[in-house]
Unconditional design. Structure first.
Length: 160
């Protein structure tokens, strides 16, 4: 069974993330979505909220599991018994950073490989930060996030 990990903060999950999850689920037997507990960042949504919103958004993908983790991604990959990490690439600006991480990961864990899926052009502009920026002013974010995330953003920002 070929399993892969797709990790991130998902604060909140966007349609760009969901597109990468759906495409990974079509390539691998199982895709584990790793939700990062990052104590250095102060996320808008708690890790439980992020896990729950991802579970809801991916409920129609049977070979997808959502699990939170802290620490190094390569350690989480080993714990999950996989050596494949999936990352999404939006633009050349992502490339340098992603290359740096992938190469560092290969040094600390040579058995782990990173594969990149290029973003669907439709979502190439999308990031969780953009979503938060717009949502806090009450903008319509239906083209940015899965449907179940909309009421959660409204509740956080107390907007209509
Ligand atoms: P982090 O904040 O920890 O970097 P993100 O949740 O922003 O995590 O991103 C997780 C992964 O999703 C990364 O590989 C990133 O490149 C990818 N990603 C983010 N937004 C998009 C998008 N709109 N389309 C495709 N991939 C994306």
């Amino acid at each position: 069974m070929k399993r892969a990990i797709y990790a991130g903060s998902f604060d909140p999950v966007t349609l760009g993330h969901l597109d990468i999850i759906q495409r990974s689920a079509a390539i691998f037997d199982e895709i584990i979505v790793g939700v990062l507990v990052n104590s250095a960042k102060s996320p808008l949504f708690s890790v439980e909220e992020r896990v729950n919103m991802l579970e809801e958004a991916t409920k129609t993908i049977p070979n997808c599991r959502v699990i939170s983790f802290s620490g190094l991604l390569v350690d989480f990959a080993k714990e999950m018994d996989t050596n494949v990490i999936v990352r999404g690439l939006r633009a050349v600006t992502d490339f340098e950073y992603e290359l740096q991480i992938a190469q560092s990961n290969r040094i600390v864990a040579p058995e782990v490989d990173t594969i990149f899926l290029t973003t669907n052009i439709e979502y190439s502009y999308l990031s969780s930060s953009t979503v938060k920026e717009y949502a806090q002013y009450g903008a319509d974010v239906t083209s940015f996030v899965p449907e179940n995330v909309i009421p959660l953003l409204k509740a956080k920002f107390n907007t209509k």
